[in-house]
Design a protein. Structure first.
Length: 390
């Protein structure tokens, strides 16, 4: 972090609580209500005229959701944030707030597959074109940018975990007058704060590390007041993918332990990745932490990575023999997970299903949870022993 300021506002996680309205509860209450009534005609008309801001209807403003949004805005170093019902609601609303028919988006390769499908279906029908470039190749990004409205980033990328110099890419977007946004779900604000690197908008699937307990599907977008106002004006209310009060409350609960969880995910995943790299049966490990150094602005690594087996390993037996690593999509919770690439590649017809997202048929993706490094490694060793016998 170049500023020398506290790179991570831990205090805003620890101190977020009700500030006096509700008996100083240490946890903000869940406002499980769709609407808020007015004391009289005058109060109602004052709110309608915009002279006073207070909740009217939960799709617009809900105090529990607002508490989560405030926390997230601070954690990302932004001025404002908006909670959504899913990461995809956050992505679609953010993107649709900045493009119109005839516009072009430049996106990095290997973005989250459903973001890719959004671009290839709804956006394509709206005559919005998407050019994909390798985010590690800054010259290629610079060549693609002239005339583009939006630079869509994800770093590290899905599955293959390619890490980019986010600050450099944001500067390129700025130079070409394009709005930049990034899916920051993998690193979380604990390890990467893209707004401080010059990116305009940060998006999260809060279903992953922000929630952290595999009990919420949610999303969030953070940025400057001006950028968030643009999302808030149309896509947020009219597409209507609003975060619910209960889910916001779960997210606030999850955020309290984000630093502890991220450090534990990092330590276990990095150790397991290093051990895998030393194995004869492993061809390549795709984990940004194995490079000599991380790109500027990425201050640590999380629990999700992939690796490619050499031929001769029975991946089905490996997956079935694991006990702690469960077969399952998503990630970011307490639990360890495995997804075999060969299974994903057989996913039946989706839009643009010819796309392989860089997934190698002999690769597997692991999410390293909080069970403890040695227990997880033993699980892998036992499964490998079973999978290598023929
Ligand atoms: C899961 C995920 C999303 C989508 O989030 P949902 O909450 O499932 O809608 C977006 N980006 C990345 C990188 C993800 O892993």
């Amino acid at each position: 972090m170049s500023s020398g300021a506290d790179p991570f506002d831990l205090a805003s996680i620890i101190t977020a609580h009700d500030d006096g309205n509700f008996a100083d509860a240490v946890v903000p209450p869940i406002f499980q209500t769709s609407l808020f009534t007015f004391s009289d005609y005058d109060e109602m008309i004052t709110v309608y005229r915009g002279e006073k801001v207070r909740p009217t209807y939960t799709r617009g403003l809900n105090p529990t959701v607002r508490a989560f949004e405030d926390m997230l805005a601070k954690l990302e170093g932004g001025e404002d944030a908006l909670g959504f019902a899913s990461g995809m609601a956050a992505i679609s609303s953010a993107v649709l707030s900045f493009v119109e028919p005839g516009d072009r988006i430049v996106a990095v390769k290997h973005v989250y597959p459903d973001a890719f499908r959004l671009f290839g279906t709804i956006l394509k029908r709206m005559k919005i074109e998407v050019t994909y470039v390798d985010g590690r190749d800054e010259e290629a990004v610079a060549r693609a940018l002239p005339g583009a409205k939006l630079l869509y980033l994800e770093s590290p990328t899905s599955w293959v975990m390619e890490a980019h110099d986010v600050g450099a890419l944001a500067a390129l977007a700025k130079r070409h007058g394009a709005v930049s946004m990034i899916d920051n779900s993998w690193a979380s604000p604990f390890f990467q704060r893209p707004l401080t690197l010059g990116v305009d908008l940060v998006i999260h699937s809060a279903s992953k590390y922000l929630g952290g307990h595999s009990d919420v599907v949610a999303g969030v977008v953070a940025g400057s007041k001006e950028m968030i106002a643009r999302v808030k004006a149309e896509a947020y209310p009219y597409l209507g993918g609003k975060l619910s009060p209960f889910d916001a409350w779960l997210l606030i609960r999850g955020l309290r332990t984000l630093p502890l969880r991220m450090k534990a995910h990092e330590a276990s995943a990095l150790e397991i990745a290093r051990r895998l790299q030393r194995l004869e049966v492993v061809e390549t490990v795709c984990h940004p932490g194995l490079a000599n150094r991380l790109p500027a602005g990425l201050n640590g690594t999380s629990g999700l990575f992939s690796f490619i087996f050499r031929e001769g390993v029975d991946i089905r037996r490996f997956a079935d023999h694991l006990k702690l690593f469960k077969l399952g999509v998503s990630w970011g919770g307490h639990e360890s997970l495995i997804v075999p690439g060969e299974v994903v590649l057989q996913q039946k017809a989706q839009p643009n299903s010819a796309q392989t997202f860089g997934i190698h048929a002999r690769s597997v993706r692991l999410h390293v949870g909080l069970e403890g490094t040695e227990a997880l490694w033993r699980d892998i060793e036992e499964a490998l022993a079973a999978a290598s016998q023929s």
